[in-house]
Write a protein that binds this ligand. Structure first.
Ligand SMILES: *Cc1c(COP(=O)(O)O)cnc(C)c1O
Length: 365
């Protein structure tokens, strides 16, 4: 791992997240040294001390892991995608074990768990994570609890401290998908989670140009098992992707600040819009969901008529995007037909509003 220029500071945790995002994971400060890490393209290393093979370790991954681990408060491992990191976590459930997960959860996580359940690998127990008592009750006899808060795309909010404490008391391994929040809005490890998982693809990398994932844990045994999974399943990121993700992360605080401010403003304006029946906005983050009064046809009209917003799945890029979630066959039927999920980006909020407002107004049933 590269030395840190800020290791000279008396206590780098006295430094704010913004400063650590910018400064960590850089090569040792020395005359002629580069300001940032290189892209280490090597499968092969000279025998002796240090790295041995490109599937086991890579110094570009480690720069990214240093920054993300510090921000979340644990040790990070980067993976080929968010789903590769999620698979590694689900693999921590013992054979025949019980996994508790939200009814509404990222659809890749949902499908993976359903397929494993069908194959007899594990038993899935679905809960509404906003119902704290029911979620805690489901922990009895469970091996793992999976949480997202807010959930995708219904934006339900869980009482993480209570649920995580209950899981801890019962020895149930807890995993929180922190993709929507990033460590700037929530640090689940500090609330008692065993593992945090990220689709780095989204806000962390932030520019819709890289697919990458990560786990973060403060538990040495879990870290060793996750690393072993990554090595033996070959779920490793490309060094170039890791480098792009780290470059994106340098401005995470600036992007989140603008995107969250834009989202709060749009949620307020949408709540008063005549053509909007319902707005879901958990009070933080940059994801807002709306349901137009005109139902599914109006939602489809919005997707087709926006000019600035990108009609696309995925989220967390600098550019604003939206989609009607039920256009995906796998989306649960409990998600309203007309629900449009907005990923609010960092553009000018009035330009975003004009485009959305025009799309909402131009629908005629
Ligand atoms: C996109 C996403 C994932 C999956 O990540 P990939 O990088 O696409 O594999 C997992 N969880 C959440 C909340 C996501 O938004």
């Amino acid at each position: 791992m590269p030395d840190q220029p800020m290791s000279n500071a008396t206590d780098h945790h006295a430094l704010a997240p913004a400063t650590r995002l910018v400064g960590l994971g850089r090569p040792a400060r020395a005359p002629g040294a580069p300001a940032g890490p290189g892209i280490e393209l090597s499968s092969t290393y000279v025998a002796g001390e240090g790295p041995t093979y490109g599937r086991f370790s890579n110094r570009t991954w480690e720069s990214l892991e240093r920054v993300l681990g510090d921000l979340e408060g644990g040790a990070a491992l980067s993976f080929a995608s968010g789903m590769a990191a999620i698979s590694a976590c689900v693999d921590l459930v013992p054979h025949g074990g019980v996994m508790v997960l939200p009814q509404h959860v990222y659809n890749g996580s949902s499908s993976l768990v359903d397929q494993l359940a069908e194959a007899g690998r594990l038993t899935a127990r679905r809960v509404d994570p906003a119902d704290t008592a029911a979620t805690v009750a489901a922990l009895d006899g469970a091996d793992m609890i999976w949480l997202e808060s807010p959930t995708n795309p219904m934006l339900e909010v869980a009482d993480l401290p209570t649920i995580l404490a209950a899981a801890g008391q019962r020895g149930v391994v807890s995993v929180v998908d922190n993709t929507f929040n990033t460590p700037l809005l929530a640090r689940p490890l500090e609330l008692g989670a065993d593992v945090v998982v990220h689709s780095v693809t989204k806000y962390l990398a932030g520019h819709s140009d890289v697919v990458l994932g990560a786990t973060v844990t403060g538990d040495d045994d879990l870290l060793a098992r996750l690393r072993n999974h990554r090595t033996l399943h070959g779920a490793i990121p490309g060094p170039h992707e890791a480098w792009l993700a780290l470059r994106g992360m340098r401005t995470l605080h600036l992007r989140m600040e603008r995107a969250c401010a834009n989202a709060a403003e749009l949620a307020t304006r949408l709540a008063e819009h005549d053509a909007v029946a319902r707005v879901r906005y958990p009070g933080l983050g940059a994801i807002v969901c709306l349901e137009p009064t005109g139902g599914q046809p109006a939602a489809e009209h919005i997707e087709q008529s926006v000019e600035l917003w990108l009609p696309a799945t995925s989220l967390g890029g600098v550019e604003s995007s939206l989609e009607r979630r039920r256009r995906h066959a796998g989306e649960p039927e409990s998600v309203p037909d007309a629900l449009v999920r907005l990923s609010v980006g960092v553009e000018d909020v009035d330009d975003l509003w004009r485009d959305l407002d025009a799309a909402l107004r131009s629908f005629s049933a």
